[in-house]
Design a protein around this ligand. Sequence first.
Ligand code: NAP
Ligand code: FE
Length: 370
Amino acid sequence: MNVHVPVRLFTGRDCVRSGGAELRSLGRKALIVTGKTGAKRSGALADVTAALEGSGVGYAVFDAVGENPTVECCRRGGAAAREAAAEFVIGVGGGSALDAAKVVALMAADAAMDESKLYSGAWEFPPKPIALVGTTAGTGSEVTNVSVLTDSMGRKHSVHADGLYASLSFGDAKYTFSLPERITKNTAVDAFSHCLESYLSKKADGVSRTDALEGMQLLLPGLRRLAEDPFRPDEALRESLYTGSLLGGLAISITGTTFPHNVGYYLTERFAVPHGAACAAFLPALLRHCEKAAPALLRELTGQLQTSAEELTILFEVLTPLPEIAMTEAEIRAALPRWEKNGSVRNSPGTVTAEMIGTILRERFLREGA
Ligand code: NAP
Ligand code: FE
């Protein structure tokens, strides 16, 4: 085993409001990195600013993070941090804001950081300390060393580095109560996808499988309830989805993801499919592949969860329906090289090749004359 997840994680009701002293330990001035709506609507931003004010920490707010954040946005955030003389960065929001905050902390420390250095990992200076407050129950970014950013060519890549672990993370499910139905479903399926992909990954070990399994045991009853009409999540459901998302984050911190995540990035880039739905589009193919490549492991998992590949496939389709998507043969062929030397593809169970991904894309999305 090789487990290193050095995040100090506080969970529970009002953990942010009581976390002022912890935040103060990271510095005297913070840059809050966030999006336009989630942090405000959820009440998370108000709790963070109250905690900072109560403990004498100054702050500035950079609220320009959009969905699928770009490297350029992080560069602007880094400049804002230097201008504000921020000693640390606090990300507040969903995975987009948290991922952006991690790289803003890096860009704050190194004004000369550019896209090529960022993705090559050739970092001269470590990121400023990072604190995170999550408002979606999905990515688990609160506890991962990953930031998924869109580059200047419009491609999504993940940056992995131990320097991107937060020093402090605060997980309070109350911030997820304001999530609308569509985002709740997409993010819940993303969290399940992390657990499922991690459990089936070649890199899985005893610790990651324990986290992933416990995550799925919390998330699966939640997915079943979310699939019912009408949409009426109660606090207990929100709590289990949020805890499940953190467990998924812990699991992928050890294993990373498998091919559905990476192929999902392509659907997001090309067709603006939200992240959870984009990954879920390929989970049925992962399950079918496992029926041949890892049948005993899949049987063990579905037995422990008291489910079946068929039930999971229906849940993914019901919870995360896709828009109409049409791809041409030329387009599919042009995309294949990106999966030839990809870590997530390599860590998939058995053998998965770029050609196999081409077949999956054709079966689902190829349209004559598209
Ligand atoms: P998101 O893109 O952070 O947020 C989706 C939408 O929900 C945004 O419009 C956001 O508004 C809004 N929102 C957030 N919290 C809310 C709340 N409590 N109430 C109401 N609205 C709220 O979605 P996400 O699924 O959490 O993150 C997806 C990103 O994370 C993708 O880029 C994906 O690739 C990445 N990801 C990262 C990891 C990792 O380990 N780091 C893992 C998986 C995925 P505002 O933006 O206006 O606030
Ligand atoms: Fe994800």
